[in-house]
Ligand binder design. Structure first.
Ligand SMILES: [Mg+2]
Length: 190
């Protein structure tokens, strides 16, 4: 199978980084449990941009703590012959640090892409399964006939209830649901 995997809030817990930056720089609290949709309206667009830039600098990227089991599961999937595409909204300038971080935490991949339009890249690569926390990306992927899965977060709860999204609290839960599908649709790279 050809699998696309997002980074922020999928391979590591990004929200605390962002909310720490918002609090420190602007005194604005962004409680995780209250973030029920994709829009971050408590910050002005320029404030949000500054917080994202800060959390996507090389130092911050390299300090990312992966979710338990994430690296081992992705690594196993690749060993089993699945194609792994790592995809992120991070800017192109974050590519090098992101590649170094993936090597540091032991996530192997066949393709790494930083861009605003993740789903277009997934379509280009013939991706079968997208794992991403963004409800916008998940909905667009569904429209394009791509199977979707996510780590459960407050902002994708509604979509997970309404649409056909494989949703789990953690990577172990994701693997339990996805392994049978992957076994049925095993596909040798590339
Ligand atoms: Mg994400």
């Amino acid at each position: 199978m050809r699998i696309a995997i997002d980074i922020d809030s999928t391979l590591h817990h990004y929200w605390d980084r962002l909310s720490d930056a918002a609090l420190r720089r602007f005194g604005i609290d962004l409680p995780y449990e209250e973030q029920l949709d994709w829009g971050i309206t408590r910050l002005r667009p320029d404030q949000l941009r500054i917080c994202i830039e800060e959390t996507h600098c090389s130092q911050a990227i390299l300090a990312g703590e992966p979710y338990p089991d994430a690296a081992a599961i992705v690594s196993r999937w690749r060993d089993e012959g699945h194609f792994i595409h790592i995809t992120s909204h991070r800017g192109g300038e974050a590519l090098e640090a992101t590649a170094a971080w993936l090597a540091q935490i032991g996530v192997p991949y066949d393709d790494l892409h930083c861009s605003e339009d993740k789903v277009a890249r997934c379509v280009e690569l013939g991706i079968d399964l997208l794992i991403d926390d963004s409800p916008l990306n998940l909905a667009r992927a569904i429209e394009n006939g791509i199977l979707v899965a996510t780590i459960s977060h407050p902002w994708n709860r509604d979509l997970c209830e309404e649409e056909d999204v494989i949703c789990a609290r953690d990577w172990r839960g994701l693997a339990e649901q996805l392994d049978p599908l992957l076994a049925r649709r095993a596909r040798v790279r590339p």
